[in-house]
Design a protein around this ligand. Structure first.
Ligand code: CTP
Length: 397
């Protein structure tokens, strides 16, 4: 899969650096050549000797190495790679890259390159959640950097939460997806998926039965055609596909902000079952049975993400696709919805009782475009996804 491909692997200074040794092994197993670069901090966690032994190549670690400069130079070093992978991407490395600093070899390479970059962040959960890191993350994404992870779980520092570096196998899948060649190579597509959860209080929420299966299948099909996919997902029942950038959200408002932050994109596919309303008087504390009657929930309307993206001026994706779940007059309702939301295509499906579509494995859709309605035969959600991805590739040209 990665034969003839060269990965420039920048190893940052974090405890997760030990996983990068395994990453080098599986990259080489997949046929890739690995040029390793270590920051000064990385050398505190893994030795250059183990890195170079596994990579089968010398380790680059200094900006001012006369031999290296004579041989190829740091600019050249970054250009000969098909992809630059930063693993672990520490909070410090992300901050330096986001602000364009070039104080050492790793950051200079990142600044000097026009090669695509993939980062696998790894840091303490509080550092990950800090507004500064989240700002840097948004900047790097806007600069076209793809992220894989971080995962949520027990961390080396003893805390629990998001911040753990993605496993080497997941990083390999992300690398393969980023380098996949297909009709959508070089295109950025945003996909929303799953339900949203709208809190009532810290322990209760309003949700819907969407499993996220169709959106997940679409993201997978797009990645298989080479697209760079930002997958903005609510709390779904199915795991996200490999090889896409997963952006997890809970509420409709968070989904809206995540989609806007992921722009620009050539296309946007909104497969999420977004809650139309949120509870405007959600409690900061758990609501208790007080014996004085039932709680009265008040509602506010959520932002319509599909309509908002469709209505963008300059930054509007060339193709915006929405879904319509209908129980009667599918084509008529979906055609009206297409006009109302201002999107280009609507994939309409009949979710009336007895179809088994909502939460099931099959789908029967009608594609509504400016040219009219086109009924697709009932097929697996994976096949619907493949067909849609193919159509999207044709439309983007
Ligand atoms: N959508 C969205 N943001 C919302 C609501 C919906 O982006 N706040 C998107 C969904 O992802 C989907 C489409 O809009 O692509 C569905 O539109 P919606 O108005 O919710 O239609 P239905 O769920 O089919 O319901 P209804 O027609 O009853 O409103």
């Amino acid at each position: 899969m990665l034969a003839q491909r060269r990965i420039l692997l920048i190893i940052g200074g974090g405890i997760a650096a030990y996983k990068s040794l395994l990453l080098i092994r599986i990259l080489r197993g997949a046929g890739a050549a690995v040029t390793p670069v270590m920051t000064r901090g990385a050398g505190e966690f893994v030795t250059p000797l183990s890195v170079s032994a596994l990579a089968g190549e010398k380790v680059y670690d200094s900006l001012f190495d006369l031999t290296d400069e004579a041989e190829m130079g740091h600019i050249q070093l970054s250009r000969v790679a098909d992809l630059i992978v930063v693993a672990p991407a520490t909070a410090n490395l992300m901050a330096q890259a986001a602000t364009g600093q070039a104080g050492d070899l790793a950051t200079t390479l990142l600044l000097a390159t026009d090669t695509p970059v993939l980062m696998a962040p790894a840091m303490n959960v509080r550092m990950w959640q800090h507004p500064a890191t989240q700002r840097n993350l948004a900047t790097l994404r806007a600069d076209g950097v793809t992220m894989v992870g971080p995962d949520e779980g027990d961390m080396a520092c003893g805390e629990y939460g998001p911040g753990r570096m993605a496993e080497p196998e997941a990083i390999l899948a992300a690398i393969e997806a980023r380098l996949a060649k297909g009709p959508l190579t070089g295109r950025h597509v945003i996909v929303t998926s799953g339900p949203t959860h709208e809190p009532i209080d810290p322990v209760r929420y309003i949700a819907n039965r969407s499993s996220g299966a169709q959106g997940t299948a679409i993201a997978r099909s797009l990645a298989a055609l080479g697209a760079r996919v930002s997958f903005v997902t609510g709390p779904a029942a199915v795991p996200p596909p490999e090889g896409v950038e997963v952006i997890r959200v809970e509420t409709a408002a968070q989904m809206h902000d995540a989609v806007m932050a992921a722009l620009p994109a050539e296309a946007c596919i909104m497969a999420a079952a977004v809650a139309d309303w949120r509870v405007s008087n959600a409690g900061a504390q758990k609501m208790k049975k007080t014996g004085t009657g039932l709680p009265a929930l008040e509602f506010a309307e959520n932002p319509d993400i599909l309509a908002a993206v469709s209505g963008l001026g300059d930054g509007r994706p060339r193709l915006v696709v929405g879904f319509a779940a209908e129980t009667e007059d599918v084509t008529a309702h979906a055609t009206a919805k297409r006009a109302r939301k201002g999107c280009d295509w609507i994939l309409a499906n009949d979710v009336s009782d007895g179809t088994g579509i909502m939460g099931g494995t099959e789908n029967a859709v009608t594609l509504i475009t400016a040219d009219g309605a086109e009924d697709w035969p009932r097929m697996g959600k994976g096949e619907v996804a493949d067909r849609l991805a193919q159509r999207l590739a044709e439309a983007l040209g």
